[in-house]
Design a protein around this ligand. Structure first.
Ligand code: ISJ
Length: 399
């Protein structure tokens, strides 16, 4: 047997903090990967297909985990048993709301708005050039520090209460920096790619509006989003990129329903359902995910240029945020989601991330507010004020 797997986590160094290596629960069901696990030899996107081809999976085993935002960074994929019980991710409620918490915005909403202005300046300077920056997705973070460890089980129970999203958790590599383990936890509304036999499906989102408590105002926000030329442009770039990347793998590929409004409890989005039939039904779903990632929904256009700028503009590394999380079975079937509306949780700390797509015509203050609204789902799940990241807006000197 020719299996290139790294050694299982060493018990003496740092025990697996939780027997669940990864879990996904959403509209298409519940998938749990439980230990004992082996970590697939970590590597970059360039070597993923060959590393996966070298893995022999038993029928009751799956591969699952997280691909980082940066294609040059190492992935975190686990090979483990698929839990047949199809149990929900968690039913424990204890430990929330968080007690004795403190929030630090990194960067502040106002510094974020300045970064958006800078990106818009670059786009304006380059307009008309063939390699001009057309879109960039800029993110900011909120660091939550609490008096007690963040209870992952209870957090997952809160996140899965929104039935329109896929609640997920993935155990991440840990070490001296994270003696209590580390996990990426979130509730993503965005399907990067799902593969069943030859059938392939993607449901990108781009173009957003905050949901409002008043039903009439909420409907008006949705209608304004549907008619926004800026948001439609932002969205079309994502759909074009996914169609271009999937086309060589597919026999047929289409967007039968066109672009439609979709919603979570806290956000409206423009979404497009893309469906296709693969030429080769054995192509592993994780390979398709890696080929597609990062889409312009989380990176930009042109991709490499936007990724480079993101590294220089954003003060906090994305790590696994805006990467992909998912699973893949022995037949290559599986689902991979865009790792957004999430937090990296370790001990008493949770780092929340949120980003927004910037195109010519974007308003820096509106983009800062959009990211503030996108934190809402995680903040609410932690029992913190849902609008905590909106409170320092507008910035001094702005109206
Ligand atoms: C980058 C995020 O979301 C992405 C960006 C969107 C936008 O710019 O409108 C919408 C959905 C996501 O594809 C995030 O939530 O952090």
């Amino acid at each position: 047997m020719n299996i290139r797997l790294s050694e299982a986590p060493k018990k003496t160094a740092s025990p697996v903090p939780d027997p669940i290596l990864f879990g996904f629960e959403g509209p298409s069901g519940c998938i749990l990967g439980r230990g004992p696990a082996q970590r697939i030899a970590p590597g970059t996107a360039a070597t993923l297909a060959s590393r996966i081809a070298a893995v022999a999976l038993d029928p009751d085993e799956i591969i699952g985990g997280a691909l980082p935002f940066d294609r040059e960074a190492a992935d975190c994929l686990w090979q483990c048993r698929r839990d047949k019980a199809r149990a929900p991710l968690a039913s424990v409620q204890g430990g929330l709301p968080l007690a004795g918490w403190r929030l630090t915005a990194e960067p502040s909403a106002c510094d974020y708005a300045q970064a958006v202005s800078r990106a818009l300046g670059i786009m304006a300077d380059e307009a008309g050039r063939s390699d001009a920056l057309e879109k960039i997705v800029l993110a900011r973070t909120l660091l939550v520090e609490s008096a007690a460890p963040v209870p992952i089980e209870a957090l997952m129970a809160q996140l899965r209460a929104d039935r329109s999203v896929t609640a997920f958790r993935v155990a991440l590599p840990w070490g001296a920096d994270h003696p209590q383990g580390r996990a990426l936890c979130g509730a993503t509304p965005e399907l990067l790619v799902e593969k069943q036999g030859r059938r392939v499906l993607s449901h990108p989102l781009a173009g957003s509006a905050r949901r409002l408590a008043d039903p009439a105002a909420d409907r008006a926000a949705a209608a304004a989003l549907a008619q926004s030329a800026k948001d439609q442009r932002e969205h079309a770039l994502v759909v074009e990129s996914i169609l271009d990347i999937l086309a060589p793998y597919c026999r047929d590929l289409s967007c039968p329903e066109g672009t439609r409004l979709t919603s979570t409890r806290s956000m409206w989005h423009l979404g497009t359902r893309i469906e296709g039939r693969l030429k080769d039904g054995d192509t592993p779903s994780v390979v398709l995910a890696s080929a597609l990632h990062p889409t312009p929904a989380v990176c930009g256009v042109p991709t490499a240029r936007a990724a480079e700028l993101i590294k220089t503009i954003e003060p906090v590394a994305r790590d696994y945020y805006a990467g992909a999380v998912g699973w893949c079975d022995a037949k290559g079937d599986g689902a991979w989601h865009v790792a957004i509306r999430c937090a990296e949780v370790s001990g008493r700390r949770a780092r929340l991330y949120a980003g927004a797509g910037i195109v010519p015509g974007s308003d820096p203050m509106a983009e800062a507010a959009e990211t503030g609204a996108k934190f809402g789902a995680l903040l609410a799940a932690l029992g913190l004020p849902q609008d905590a990241a909106l409170q320092d807006l507008p910035c001094d000197g702005e109206t």
